[in-house]
Design a protein around this ligand. Sequence first.
Ligand code: KIV
Length: 269
Amino acid sequence: MNEPRKPLTLHRLREMHAKGEPVAMLTCYDASSAKLLDAAGVDCLLIGDSLGMVLQGHSSTVPVSLADMAYHTACVARGNRSAWVIGDLPFGSYQESKEQAMRSATVLMQAGAHMVKLEGGGWTAETVRFLVDRGVPVCAHLGLTPQSVHALGGYRIQGRDEESAATMKRHARELSDAGAAMLVLELVPSALANEVTRETSFITIGIGAGKGCGGQVLVLHDMLGITQGRLPRFVRNFMEGSPSIEAAVRSYVADVKARRFPDDALHGY
Ligand code: KIV
């Protein structure tokens, strides 16, 4: 019989990254899914504020509250045994000041998160440093940052031209220098994501950012084919050809680890 997996730590995730083993992350919002995903070998469970769209039916992540995030983080933490748990700081819970961010991070960490994620470029670097200095591991998020969807003019690819690519690389360096341990890169051309991955010490986690990142994340309901309507091209429905949800999740983990997913020709930009 297989030994139960040891609880994932940041140290262990960094070792995996240093050895070139991709990190498999999925969003997760409830205890039953957490139990299943953990047993299927998912390394990191992200309680994403995407729950505003996926669970609550909003058209963006903007309406999600810190209380919502704390509730779902606690649910996931109760179901999880060994995966690394990341709680998303929702819109309005960290933008005001680094002190506000620390208060909000405290709520998520006390609900069971091991790390918090926040969106945005260089302006968040001071906040990242403040949190990291106080013992809160941070995952940054660049590229398409859904909390800014109204400012960005929709869910579109970021960093396509030379100037915006250079800005994204500068922001990535600033966030890395500030001590963020992970960086989600969303809807970014794979060549740019590869450069950021090579030039920084983050574990980069791609979603629509090509196979060269240090790991991958998808929204659980998208990769299980539950989400209705047109999906972004970076999504693959892992339920197709899978006999069960557990098998679909195991095949996602295996494909991320073997760099079979994403296939840049099908899912890249
Ligand atoms: O909220 C979320 O689920 C996310 C992922 C899509 C990266 O931020």
